[in-house]
Design a protein around this ligand. Structure first.
Ligand SMILES: [Zn+2]
Length: 405
């Protein structure tokens, strides 16, 4: 989820952060080196308070390590794909002849390229005969693909997962429950002159007041989200929408919500999931719609990372990558399309509330019908990295299958 625009003007202050630092970032070549990357807000609470402490901190450390490993693996696999495409003039390693066994290179080529197409809808590199492609550029990643996908993984790896330098001003916040809504007529608790809230935030008078949290850094202290109401009693983590996390790009902050850090439902790490994923057996019959196949396989009761509705099991590491797309790229969660490519709306709340393209089914459909949006959609990019991380499986249809032999 992304909240980029505040609804009324907010004044930004020079901030003095009460922070501790997360120290679990794998250094290049060392999977468990601990390096500082994030400024963590809070740190004085326990698991149930939502502050980044105790088990919450452990979960975030572990999942950030995994997010780094996923980004690094995706980056490495895309580099290999591009180098191989350049070396083979875009054709790839030779396919096995007759009943011969496939070469390792051929299996690897198909794993990466077919998964890329499943999540982004297109072959990412220039091919011979493409209009306007110079001979020397055959096999190179197309600009729109390297910019949207490869650069993202490279930036995370380079700027967040291997440098020993301290955080780049990015904040990690573990709750929004410290905000309370200051109504018009009440004194602004943060104003040294003791003025009323509508005097210090005149632009918010129309919505009845402003959210305020004395526990957060200055730049997060006021939130001008709508007042408590249908969407719950918090300004940011919206229980109606099942928010796990959200990004405020204008203040460089990622918030994790109670649903993601709730003591009653611990999210698995990707490595936990590794033992739970059972790949579907390969489906050999051709000319069958891929979603029909997915459904048929699900009907057999084979466990996968998707539930029968197509919702992927959530992991904090995928949520981290998803939010990083918002933070670094300013990506938005695109409107989902159905299997025929029609834009989807959530008919429950209001007639025209767009359904967001979250999860593997929506990622697949967006890739099929809107590759231009798929490569910029946070869940498509995050789940591609997830798929590369689980390289013992074949994700070429957008879900886990056993690898080809
Ligand atoms: Zn999002």
């Amino acid at each position: 989820m992304l909240l980029s625009a505040r609804r009324c003007m907010v004044s930004l202050f020079i901030f003095a952060l009460q922070t501790s630092q997360i120290t679990a970032v794998p250094e290049q070549g060392k999977e468990n080196a601990l390096l500082p990357t994030w400024n963590i807000v809070g740190g004085n609470g326990g698991r149930n308070t939502g502050n980044c402490a105790g088990n919450d901190l452990q979960a975030l450390q572990g999942s950030w390590e995994e997010a780094c490993l996923m980004a690094r693996k995706a980056n490495a696999d895309l580099s290999w794909l591009e180098a191989t495409a350049i070396n083979t003039r875009g054709i790839g390693p030779a396919a096995p002849e007759g009943k011969k066994k496939s070469s390792d290179d051929y299996i690897e080529w198909r794993r990466i390229l077919d998964t890329y197409i499943a999540f982004f809808g297109e072959i990412p590199f220039n091919q011979q005969g493409d209009a306007g492609v110079a001979n020397v550029d055959v096999g190179r990643l197309k600009h729109e693909h390297s910019q949207a996908v490869e650069d993202f993984f490279r930036d995370i790896e380079r700027d967040f997962c291997q440098s020993a330098s301290s955080s780049r001003g990015k904040l990690l916040v573990c709750t929004d429950e410290t905000y309370r809504f200051i109504k018009n007529g009440e004194i602004d608790p943060g104003d040294a002159q003791g003025r009323k809230i509508e005097e210090t935030h005149p632009n918010c008078e129309g919505q009845g007041g402003v959210w305020y949290s004395p526990d957060l850094p200055e730049r997060l202290r006021y939130s001008e989200e709508p007042p408590p109401g249908e969407s719950g009693t918090r300004p940011l983590c919206n229980s109606r929408d099942d928010d796990m996390a959200l990004t405020l790009r204008n203040v460089n902050a990622i918030f994790f919500c109670p649903l993601a850090l709730d003591s009653t439902q611990t999210l698995p790490t990707a490595n936990n999931l590794r033992t739970q994923i059972k790949s579907r057996s390969r489906w050999r019959k051709k000319d069958v719609n891929k979603d029909e196949i997915a459904q048929k396989l699900l009907n057999r009761g084979i466990g996968t990372v998707e539930d029968p509705l197509g919702n992927a099991k959530e992991t904090l590491s995928v949520i981290f990558l998803h939010e990083m797309l918002h933070l670094l790229k300013g990506a938005i969660d695109n409107q989902a399309v159905d299997i025929n490519g029609n834009p989807m709306n959530d008919g429950v709340e209001t007639a025209f509330r767009a359904t967001k393209a979250y999860g593997l089914v929506h990622a697949r459909n967006l890739a099929t019908h809107r590759p231009d949006l798929a490569r910029k959609n946070p869940d498509n990019v995050a789940y591609f990295a997830f798929a590369m991380f689980f390289d013992e499986l074949d994700w070429s249809r957008g879900y886990a299958m056993s690898k080809r032999s």
